[in-house]
Write a protein that binds this ligand. Structure first.
Ligand code: ATP
Ligand code: MG
Length: 439
């Protein structure tokens, strides 16, 4: 049942006369038959008592919250004293926490019924709020009064959506009503915390349903999606509104944050770019560029790391560009964005196409063809960047070129090589430069 390290921590605490339980997410996962990522332990022992018991094998990681990290056999466990929270003043943090002698009190402060269970050494489960039943029926439900719990800590709103998405669960009616009612409180939550939850939400198996059901919640920190919801496209390519198309595109791409965020934002500028022609057909000229600008603003506001932000913006900007399945065209794209980004771009294009009207899914074949050309070029170790060119700046300097001439000549050589006009061989390239230099 428990890994032996968890068992030995629980045994040590019990042996010293304290009560000790595995608690929270790990119990939820064990009962679902899923191997937990980590085990949290809750105990009647005070932090200083935990420190004394595991002397030399522990670090006081969060003493004011009662948490000691205990190391066993290269694994770490957070051991936290039974706790009751004081008043919450800022929709996020309790102003004080009290240590308690009661497991019941500790479970009462936890967010959802499925996260509020404890399990002892013998596998006995303490389940005061019907967590097991909710787990079986696939339900996210607050412990206690939903309005109170979301007002105490508004991050729980995002946690509810995140767990529903990852577990493919539904949110119980009263909890769902309260999420919508209290959504504006998310304004008081640090964007860093929101981003962590959004990444987990977006990469969950049930992300699509949550996006369809709760756009107004996400709008609190992503107001840009509001115009997309219910926006008719008036286009033969699309059988969905903009938001429905976005959601299907998110679901159709691999569950990685960069790809999922790219799909979420790829058409975000469609409403401001919309117009209808004389035939009543809808068009969205310039929307990839506009969407990329909005993605840049959104990723900055939500404090993405620079690399991820840049990649998302690039993929949004390129999502609709035609790439012909020819050596010349694919080489040019490789030169412009590199192999890794092109592979991601093809995934983005596939997902975008999957979320369009069935009649237009033939584009998937074109995307496969581009991928085949890319694989062929890479297998031939073909040259598409200055790094791979058979001559470098020093070689050109040796031929008497100077300053800005060097960069210009390298660029020109790379173009010739990419277009197949010159082989990527040092002798041939040097010869070409010499010819060019002759008066
Ligand atoms: P994960 O698998 O993502 O780690 P988890 O349920 O373990 O899920 P954690 O954030 O690690 O989530 O939190 C551990 C436990 O602490 C939760 O299961 C829950 O009982 C409690 N908890 C965490 N955050 C909150 C919160 N904001 N409000 C109330 N209880 C919380
Ligand atoms: Mg956890």
């Amino acid at each position: 049942m428990f890994p032996k390290e968890v068992e030995s921590v629980l045994q040590a605490l019990e042996g010293a006369g304290y009560r000790a339980y595995a608690v929270g997410g790990c119990v939820r996962d064990l009962l679902r038959g899923v191997e937990p990522d980590d085990y949290d332990i809750t105990t009647s022992a005070r932090p200083e008592e935990v420190m004394a018991l595991f002397k030399g094998h522990c670090i006081p990681t969060g003493l004011q919250h009662g948490t000691v990290t205990v190391r066993q056999n290269h694994r770490s466990f957070e051991v936290t004293t039974f706790r009751a929270d004081g008043v919450y003043t800022d929709n996020r943090h309790p102003s004080e926490v009290f240590f308690s002698q009661s497991l019941e009190e500790d479970l009462r402060r936890r967010d959802f019924t499925i996260n509020a269970m404890a399990m002892d050494l013998r596998g006995e489960v303490t389940d005061l709020y019907g967590g097991r039943e909710d787990l079986q029926r696939g339900i996210i439900r607050c412990v206690g009064d939903a309005d109170t719990r979301f007002t105490e800590d508004a991050l729980r709103i995002m946690r509810a959506l995140r767990f529903a998405s990852r577990l493919g669960f539904t949110i119980e009616a009263d909890t769902a009503r309260s999420i919508r009612k209290n959504r504006a409180l998310l304004q008081n939550i640090a964007v860093e915390r929101i981003l962590v939850e959004m990444n987990k939400l977006l990469t969950g198996a049930g992300a699509g349903q949550i996006l369809l059901d709760y756009p107004e919640v996400l709008q609190v920190f992503l107001p840009e999606i509001a115009p997309c919801v219910g926006f008719e496209q008036h286009s033969k390519y699309h059988c969905y509104t903009v938001w429905e198309h976005i959601v299907h595109a998110v679901e159709s791409v691999a569950a990685e944050p960069i790809l999922r965020w790219t799909m979420l934002l790829h058409d975000i500028a469609k409403p401001p770019c919309f117009f209808t022609d004389e035939q009543g057909e809808g068009h969205f000229y310039g929307h990839p560029q506009r969407s990329a600008e909005m993605a840049a603003e959104i990723t900055r506001r939500l404090k993405f790391d620079k690399r991820s932000a840049q990649r998302i913006v690039l993929l949004v900007e390129w999502h609709d560009r035609e790439i012909a399945p020819t050596h010349k065209s694919v080489r040019r794209v490789l030169n412009a964005i590199g192999e890794e980004a092109l592979r991601q771009l093809l995934q983005v294009k596939r997902a975008d196409n999957m979320a369009q009207h069935e009649k237009f899914r033939y584009r998937l074949k074109e995307i496969d063809a581009v991928e085949a050309v890319m694989d062929e070029l890479l297998a031939q170790e073909c040259c598409f960047s200055l790094k791979q060119l058979a001559v470098n700046g020093r070689d050109l300097m040796a031929l008497g070129l100077q300053g800005s001439e060097i960069g210009a000549a390298l660029d020109a050589l790379l173009q010739k090589v990419m277009d197949g006009e010159l082989p990527n061989e040092k002798d041939a390239l040097v010869q070409y430069v010499k010819e060019k230099k002759k008066p």
